[in-house]
Design a protein around this ligand. Structure first.
Ligand SMILES: *[C@@H]1O[C@H](CO)[C@@H](O)[C@H](O)[C@H]1NC(C)=O
Ligand SMILES: *[C@@H]1O[C@H](CO)[C@@H](O)[C@H](O)[C@H]1NC(C)=O
Ligand SMILES: *[C@@H]1O[C@H](CO)[C@@H](O)[C@H](O)[C@H]1NC(C)=O
Length: 198
């Protein structure tokens, strides 16, 4: 009896398995289509035409060139507990390469203060204003920084943005204090990091 029961119950899962395989085949195929993953990632929103101006190049800022097209983004990659980003160095001090005063607070921050700016999608309509994020470097060090500004992925090539192109969609701008706390070389100016909401 026990044998019969076992073989009987074994037959049902096999039939179920077949049915499941047939049912899931279209989903499996759809997943393999490349456009599916493209639809899920952050796509460009449009572009703007470059205009040159008074661009502070002290820290190797990229300045807009007249007539060049620059891509804009309204979104950023999905935020996870460990979101991959490019860390750039940015001074939030008056006269620094950050351009105008911080969007969240309308003030400037000296280079000893641990503050950050996020690409438009991550800035998320000010929802992270004056909140801390944790930035982790690949050397294992991490730092808490307060979000005070937007790295605008929709606008650029104007005075407010130091006549720099629109921000890519995956940028964390860190003040010099952030770079120092992470033990990173500010002269490099760019580092791969991960970040999360604190
Ligand atoms: C660009 O972004 C704006 C604001 O989020 C949105 O209304 C518009 O539909 C977007 N356009 C494209 C082409 O993605
Ligand atoms: C350039 O970066 C240094 C720190 O690395 C900072 O003290 C200085 O204010 C920055 N200059 C500008 C114009 O942003
Ligand atoms: C930077 O600002 C902080 C907070 O306002 C202040 O405590 C600190 O003394 C300032 N540091 C410098 C070097 O100006």
């Amino acid at each position: 009896m026990a044998t019969t029961t076992r073989s009987g119950s074994a037959r049902v899962p096999f039939v179920l398995l077949l049915a499941l395989m047939i049912l899931h085949k279209p989903a499996g195929l759809a997943q393999a289509f490349p456009y599916r993953s493209l639809l899920q990632t952050c796509q460009p929103n449009g572009s703007i035409t470059g205009k040159s101006g008074k661009c502070n190049t002290q820290n190797d800022s990229e300045c807009c060139k007249d007539g060049q097209r620059y891509t804009t983004f309204a979104c950023s990659p999905r935020v996870t507990g460990s979101t991959l980003a490019t860390l750039m160095v940015n001074s939030f001090a008056e006269g620094g390469d950050g351009g105008g005063a911080a969007a969240c607070t309308g003030r400037f921050y000296n280079d000893s203060q641990k503050v950050a700016a996020l690409s438009t999608g991550w800035f998320n309509g000010r929802s992270r204003c004056e909140k801390d994020i944790v930035i982790r470097a690949s050397n294992g060090r991490s730092v808490r920084a307060m979000v005070v500004d937007e790295c605008n992925s929709m606008k650029g090539c104007d005075e407010e943005n130091n006549y720099e192109p629109p921000c890519p969609n995956n940028i964390v701008n860190g003040s010099p204090a952030v770079w120092d706390a992470l033990g990173l070389n500010k002269d490099a100016g760019v580092a791969q990091i991960t970040w999360s909401d604190a």
